[in-house]
Design a protein around this ligand. Structure first.
Ligand code: ZN
Length: 106
């Protein structure tokens, strides 16, 4: 298994956990305050912020899954638009990138 695939799988698991926390937060929104959550930064955020974080995490998760699928096919570092190799620096910064810098800017 490549390092990148490992990195993506870790990222996917993190995102899944994050989404579960956001969903749990939302379900609690109309209930009583949960004392166990007092130490969590989420507690101080309002529901609107949580909802937008949740949407962001969902978006990121689907991109991570997409990148994982491409990595498994051996296409993980190939831009899906122009077919050029995505440079390692970009993949280091954005492990779930499936477009090269030029294409993602276009
Ligand atoms: Zn490209």
């Amino acid at each position: 298994m490549s390092d990148r695939q490992e990195q993506l799988e870790r990222l996917r698991d993190e995102l899944k956990e994050r989404l579960e926390r956001y969903r749990a937060h939302r379900q609690r929104a109309d209930g009583a305050v949960d004392k166990d959550m007092e130490d969590q930064p989420l507690q101080t955020r309002d529901d609107e912020v949580v909802a937008s974080l949740e949407a962001e995490a969902e978006e990121e998760l689907s991109q991570v899954r997409h990148a994982l699928a491409r990595t498994r096919e051996g296409q993980g570092d190939i831009c899906e638009r122009c077919g050029e190799v995505i440079d390692a620096g970009r993949l280091g910064a954005v492990p779930y990138a499936t477009l090269c810098r030029d294409c993602s800017a276009a």
